[in-house]
Design a protein around this ligand. Sequence first.
Ligand SMILES: Nc1nc2c(c(=O)[nH]1)N[C@H]1C(S)=C(S)[C@@H](COP(=O)(O)OP(=O)(O)OC[C@H]3O[C@@H](n4cnc5c(=O)[nH]c(N)nc54)[C@H](O)[C@@H]3O)O[C@H]1N2
Ligand SMILES: Nc1nc2c(c(=O)[nH]1)N[C@H]1C(S)=C(S)[C@@H](COP(=O)(O)OP(=O)(O)OC[C@H]3O[C@@H](n4cnc5c(=O)[nH]c(N)nc54)[C@H](O)[C@@H]3O)O[C@H]1N2
Ligand code: SF4
Ligand SMILES: [Mo]
Length: 696
Amino acid sequence: MNTITVHRACPLCEAICGLQLKYIDGVLASIRGDDADAFSRGHICPKGVAILDLEHDPDRVRGPMRKVEGEWRAATWDEAFAEIGQRLHAIQSTHGRDAVAVYLGNPNVHHFSLMAYVPQLLRAIGTRNQFSASSVDQWPHQLVNWQMYGHQWLLPIPDLDRLDVLLMLGANPVASNGSLMTAPDVTARLKAIRERGALIVVDPRRSETAAIASTHLSIRPGGDVWFLIALLQALMRLGAPRLDAYAGKLNGFDGAMARVQAVRIDDLPQRTGVTMAQVDAVAAQLHGATNACVYGRMGVSTQRFGTVAQYLIQLTNLYLGQLDRAGGCLPNEAIVPVTGPGTSKGSRGRWSSRVRGLPEVSGELPVAVLREEIETPGAGQVRALLTVAGNPVASTPNGAALDRALGTLEFQVAIDPYLNETTRHADWILPPPSFLAEDHYDLYFNAFAIRRVARLSTPTQSLPDGALAQWRILDGVVGGVRAARGEPHTPFVPPREVLAMLLARGGSGLTIDDLLAAPHGLDLGPLEPSLLRRLETASGAIECAPPLLVELFDAVVTEIARDDRAFDLRLIGRRHVRSNNSWMHNAHRLVKGKPRHQLLMHPDDLASRGLADGERVCVRSRVGMVVVDVQADAELMRGVVSLPHGFGQRREGVRLGLATSLDGVSINDLTDEAFLDSGTGNAALNGVPVRVERAD
Ligand SMILES: Nc1nc2c(c(=O)[nH]1)N[C@H]1C(S)=C(S)[C@@H](COP(=O)(O)OP(=O)(O)OC[C@H]3O[C@@H](n4cnc5c(=O)[nH]c(N)nc54)[C@H](O)[C@@H]3O)O[C@H]1N2
Ligand SMILES: Nc1nc2c(c(=O)[nH]1)N[C@H]1C(S)=C(S)[C@@H](COP(=O)(O)OP(=O)(O)OC[C@H]3O[C@@H](n4cnc5c(=O)[nH]c(N)nc54)[C@H](O)[C@@H]3O)O[C@H]1N2
Ligand code: SF4
Ligand SMILES: [Mo]
């Protein structure tokens, strides 16, 4: 028996834990956390172990397949690239470049073999109908960073290990393992903050993170802008802003504060469920702490005023003097830069979507418009779709309608290992190999980490015969399109060469060899202030009142809340530590145990509707309806219901045996493509108006 032990990073979430993998006679036998990892120190979650299930999953597609008269047939890569190239070219030459849409899903950012190459794919396809999971996730962060700091990825990160007080809105890192804040074993780090001072969680549900907090404030979905305005007003009452560190580098701060101060919020408890006394107490804790920070994530960005909420969070950290301060919140200066020369600063409104006229953000359109772009005839209508590691039917608002629209496409290609809600509609499926067979370097998560870290993961197993590395799949698709157009194609450069170029651009002096010599990763120390030096605004200063953000702020304040009698409840989502968005419900290590698909509802809300725990209920929104089991949960705010994100695989043509045996529905059959963040068009997946009745 030949046993070998190897190490690499886990690509399944932003925590980038080091894994220790054991192979017996060349077969992956066990996975545990890597105790020697400089950053994760042995931490692993159930998903990391479930990589074993992914590796051995019988439903996984292992070679390219083409759908012929409704049946999947094996094909060669050469056939795939040639036919895909010809079909895409034919559609684009007849109907224009925009007739082909591209959707990039979340795993793109978790694989160097995709992330480093998709820009070349997008250039080759050349469509304005470019979409990604960013518009159901973090667009508000990107827009605010770009407007205030001049670059979408000048992203202040909570200095987790040095904070004494952390105010966290709309995030549940105990389940999600953290987001835009790469911190393996985040639960231990959060508990340490609570021990040093205070962890304050603002969430409509007493989430797993709220349960370990020193304070949990229940907030009405979407109430965050009002809470944050009240918080800034309370801070103004406590004392002057601490702005010494930003002297000469701050534009418009006083004007922004005057606007915030002018808002009347006597009705704060009605709007938010939080009292002024509670806000005052939070303000006092933040104000009294040496090291403090306000952080808002998914639950705050995916709501009606996500951009304004993120803007107010930045202003609050500035007011406290905690922005760009060790012990506060500050961007990471990674050895492979995601800002500066050669990177894209951000943008908005350079073009608009054809049907609804929603502005482009960072080169993409909001995925909430994809369906209407497919269904609305006329020049520029989307007729073909390429998805790369994405499942928009499960992940984007009104997924049920998108599902129907995909059935009308002329041509669809998926680069994906599974036949799921989205890829079942494809004409071609091009499966990636195991990520364990590829080089990997985290371009973004090293740059969002709470320490300066770096690691090159090298293959722990070889590519099986007939498999292609993901970057070669992208290369093949681009080569096919160019060949069909009669254009020359220069084959892509392999990952290590790309990484070497990126490292050289960063100027840290570190080389590929230095990374190879550190299989457990490099820890280059804590974060250091760099934002003021790296600002990319035209003025060279922090812009506290850029016209766009001011306009959005003013619009919040004047928007009149509509009382929606037809839909009297607000729907929010949730994650579980044993889930990974929409695509890991086929791993038996994750789905075993008690069911987790239920609609959660406060016992009083059940009682007032004559419903009982465990009944089947019908949930309706403006766009859709689902039938699901309801579970009483007093941890949820009254008037709010919660469905988990990522269920609902049971559809014709899906090949996910275990997942389709689970009960549960897709929350995105209820979310609404018209309910969007006012600043970006990011989907407002939280706070969706719904009503709940007994199912017939
Ligand atoms: N209501 C509601 N909706 C949500 C959310 C929510 O909280 N509530 N969360 C949103 C968020 S934050 C996100 S990021 C999006 C995610 O939205 P998506 O990215 O569209 O969806 P995922 O579920 O991450 O699906 C990933 C896809 O990639 C495939 N895949 C997995 N690994 C690989 C790989 O290595 N290579 C390739 N080529 N494919 C791979 C999977 O089979 C799956 O099809 O969903 C969003 N949607
Ligand atoms: N186990 C697991 N881990 C994951 C994922 C997964 O699917 N499963 N997905 C990964 C991805 S792609 C991402 S982006 C991250 C996201 O990670 P997080 O940003 O931590 O997001 P969530 O876990 O969805 O937590 C969002 C919280 O916001 C709350 N919330 C909802 N509406 C509101 C509101 O209006 N105001 C406030 N203040 N709170 C609200 C919800 O109750 C929930 O507790 O997780 C990543 N990690
Ligand atoms: S926390 Fe994230 S990175 Fe760590 S093992 Fe779990 S899924 Fe992988
Ligand atoms: Mo995400």
